[in-house]
Ligand binder design. Structure first.
Ligand code: OGA
Ligand code: FE2
Length: 402
């Protein structure tokens, strides 16, 4: 291997609440920017809009929410992060209808990165002992290629490529340097082509835009979500899409965050014009996840580090618990998929000084566990909000629709 192709990087890596529905003071103040259905008194217009969260109160708390004239019960599953659940948020017919709309629109593969020759591989020699143990090599591959291997896969690679010359399952600097990186990349490419479930995500998806489709059922669902979350209507109207996802057998989505950290320098994708081609980050203040069918086996949503005291990304990655095929049951919070159920959480903290969206909440790390039998259908509704209140509330700022 050419020296310098692999280089050592040790990769280092934050409430305000209101009551359900109408949030008293904050709601009145928060939504007067545009046609949000809130009666804005003349004084309110001078008040800086704020963003709010529903209050789960405590784990196990059940509260009534009235949506479209119907009373639903919302249960608090967790407080760190706050995860709220509403069973029968959708009727069976609505679920089936969403699936049909997505199928009609056309499902396509959910995309993740694929290995390329030019990938800048970062060697994850975590303990800096100049030797890669199995876990460190697995991490190196996860980070650079978005391929999630287990130890057996790695041993097969060592043996196929004759990499581990002394068979000690550690790859020394010499063993690494005597290997042509292309052979490793070719091996990975072929291996994952036959085993797509080794990617961070294996699913198909479609985007449904209520404003474009003009479908009565979808419009009703959209209105129900808007009533539930109690956020400024402009935020909901500017980015109204639902992402419908279908997981087949072995389908999954390993642990991830739905949103980016404000410390990432890229702009928010929803602040870019469609097709700008610019690199951007997802800025999703809130996730509303709707389960659209009963899954025969597996397919729960897992929050591996919910309620942990602290979080250290590197030790988490080293533990392998990011892999929700293998470690679903090890997650601190596991929410089973049930047709018609909605779960919601906030990917960001609130910033008490600005009253707007604050830093990413690391404890929202979550993913979709492996589907062991049958199919799993969900719909994601992300409420896109950044730390830039003016842009988010600007009615003339058109959304990115890719
Ligand atoms: C997602 C996601 C979880 C699930 O689509 O972003 O986290 O249970 N899905 O499918
Ligand atoms: Fe997610």
């Amino acid at each position: 291997m050419a020296k310098g192709v692999f280089h050592v990087i040790v990769h280092a890596t934050a409430l305000l609440c209101c009551t359900v529905g109408i949030c008293g003071e904050t709601e009145e103040l928060g939504t007067c920017a545009k046609d949000d259905g809130v009666d804005c008194g003349s004084q309110s217009l001078e008040v800086t809009p704020v963003i709010t969260k529903l209050d789960g109160v405590e784990v196990g708390h059940v509260q009534d929410v009235i949506l479209g004239g119907k009373t639903h019960q919302m249960t608090t599953l967790s407080m760190k992060p706050q995860v709220l659940e509403i069973k029968h948020f959708l009727t069976d017919e609505e679920c089936d209808h969403m699936i049909r709309l997505a199928e009609k629109d056309g499902m396509f593969d959910s995309v993740t990165n694929t290995p390329t020759k030019s990938t800048n591989v970062k060697i994850m020699d975590m303990n800096r002992d100049t030797v890669l143990n199995l876990r460190e090599f697995i991490l190196t591959i996860e980070n650079s290629f978005d391929i999630y291997l287990d130890e057996d896969d790695m041993l097969k690679m060592y043996s196929d490529l004759g990499m581990d010359t002394n068979s000690d399952t550690d790859i020394s600097r010499e063993e690494l340097h005597s290997q042509d990186p292309k052979s490793v990349i070719d091996w990975l490419t072929e291996y994952v082509a036959k085993r797509p479930h080794k990617k961070s995500r294996m699913s198909r998806q479609a985007w449904l835009y209520p404003s474009k489709i003009r479908d009565k059922v979808l419009d009703e669902i959209q209105e129900r979500v808007i009533s539930l979350v109690g956020l400024p209507r402009i935020l909901m109207d500017k980015n109204d899409e639902f992402q419908v996802v279908q997981y087949g057998p072995k389908g999954h989505y390993h642990a991830h965050w739905d949103s980016g950290s404000w410390t990432e320098s890229y702009p928010c994708c929803h602040h870019l014009k469609t097709g700008s081609g610019q690199r951007c980050k997802s800025c999703r203040f809130m996730t509303v996840l709707l389960y659209l069918n009963e899954v025969e086996g597996g397919g729960a949503t897992a929050f591996p580090i919910a309620n942990n005291e602290t979080f250290d990304e590197h030790s988490f990655r080293m533990s392998g618990k990011i892999n929700l095929h293998r470690h679903c049951e090890d997650a601190n919070l596991v929410v089973p998929a049930e047709k018609g159920k909605a779960i919601i959480w906030y990917n960001h903290h609130l910033d008490p000084t600005t009253g707007w969206v604050g830093e990413l909440d690391s404890f929202t790390l979550h993913g979709g566990c492996g589907v062991t039998s049958g199919h799993k259908w969900i719909a994601n509704k992300w409420i896109l909000v950044s730390d830039d209140r003016d842009k988010d509330l600007d009615p003339n700022f058109r959304p990115n629709r890719t």
